[in-house]
Design a protein around this ligand. Structure first.
Ligand code: AHG
Ligand code: MN
Ligand code: MN
Length: 342
């Protein structure tokens, strides 16, 4: 009797080649794009992992277009993603949280058909305290006939994304990816230096008893938001008849990763403090890619009223309220907002 040989690990490279060759889901440019982003994320993971030894903690002493103080790692991660993606010929332009305007592909390199938008380092407030941070990215097509894409070329609804993903730099580094056909998770094998498929077709359960929200903003929320959370907090003897648990990492990537792994909901609603900005999280490089991933995993993502993915952006750094995760809870809290007509 011959022993059955264990299944060989599937690397990200092999996964992408099979998506292209066998399923025809992607072309070679998109495959290259994902590989290049993954490679950049490995470099960011190395810097994050070196922490104080790498001299990368603390503030860069500069501000981004949104008036936020940039951390050294925000700037470094942005540079890593730019450098990695400029020369491959797969992109028409890039845009990021850390740059006021889109970054053109330098003339010395060929241009491709895709646009890449990213949050190079998500959860910046957690860098210096050794808590998980991440990178979020979204891939769009450059509109036909546009040679030098400006901001307008990027202003496409999330339904137009051809791929989205995030890397989470936690106790292990993982890459979670959708190409519009389910959500797949890869774990970085640090010895080999390659991402290995460790979860296919991830799904978010429809029901959950776990929520993520920054409760310190409660007094600034609108009535439907308070109603929803009050009901959860009332527990077994309240209208929901069940106890709910709470988590808040303050790195969207880490909070969404928990939801992708075991279900739950993540909410960053509008509140009186940020009403003039339209929300806290950014539509194009936080809400949209996460909404695509969550929907692809069977969850739901709204701005409290409608589908996030259907919002047509008005500007690159536009902010939106975000409600995402297990379907039945997101459906309920969205209904409360619609009924209240706020
Ligand atoms: P970034 O570090 O890219 O600016 O994003 C931070 C975001 C998000 O990751 C997180 O969910 C949220 O800000 C936390 O906000 P609070 O500090 O208001 O809780
Ligand atoms: Mn972020
Ligand atoms: Mn960021």
């Amino acid at each position: 009797m011959t022993a059955k040989s264990p299944r060989k690990p599937i690397s990200l490279t092999r996964f992408l080649i099979e998506e292209q060759r066998d399923k025809g889901h992607i072309n070679s440019d998109l495959r290259l794009l994902i590989e290049v982003v993954a490679r950049a994320c490995k470099r960011i993971a190395i810097s994050v992992g070196r922490g104080a030894l790498g001299g990368v903690l603390g503030s860069a002493g500069t501000e981004n277009v949104q008036g936020e103080v940039q951390k050294k790692l925000d700037v470094l991660s942005n540079e890593i993603l730019l450098e990695a993606n400029e020369w491959g010929g797969h992109l028409a332009a890039l845009a990021s949280e850390e740059m006021d305007d889109p970054h053109p592909i330098p003339h010395r390199y060929p241009k491709g058909e895709y646009l890449l938008v990213f949050d190079p380092l998500d959860g910046s407030s957690n860098i210096d305290v050794n808590i998980s941070v991440g990178t979020i990215f979204s891939v769009l097509r450059c509109p036909a006939g546009v040679k030098d894409p400006d901001e307008k070329a990027f202003l496409q609804a999330g339904v137009k994304q051809v791929a989205a993903g995030y890397a989470v730099y936690g106790s292990s580094t993982m890459l979670v990816l959708t190409l519009g056909d389910g959500v797949h998770a890869f774990t970085l094998d640090r010895e080999i230096g390659s991402f290995v498929l460790t979860g296919s077709d991830l799904t978010i359960p429809e029901d959950t008893r776990e929520f993520a929200i920054n409760m310190s903003n409660l007094r600034h929320w609108q009535a439907p938001m308070r109603r929803y959370i009050d009901e959860l907090l009332a527990g077994k003897t309240g209208p929901r008849g069940a106890d709910f648990n709470m988590r808040w990492v303050a790195s969207m990537v880490a909070d969404v990763h928990r939801i992708i792994t075991r279900g739950g909901i993540f909410i960053y609603p509008i509140d009186a403090k940020i009403a003039d900005k339209g929300g806290k999280l950014r539509l194009m490089y936080e809400a949209n890619p996460m909404a695509m991933i969550v929907e692809q995993a069977g969850g739901m993502a709204t701005d409290g009223h409608g589908r996030i993915l259907e919002i047509v952006p008005k500007s690159l750094h536009q902010r939106v309220p975000v409600f995402l995760g297990s379907k039945n809870e997101i459906d309920r809290v969205t209904r409360y907002h619609r009924e209240a007509k706020v």
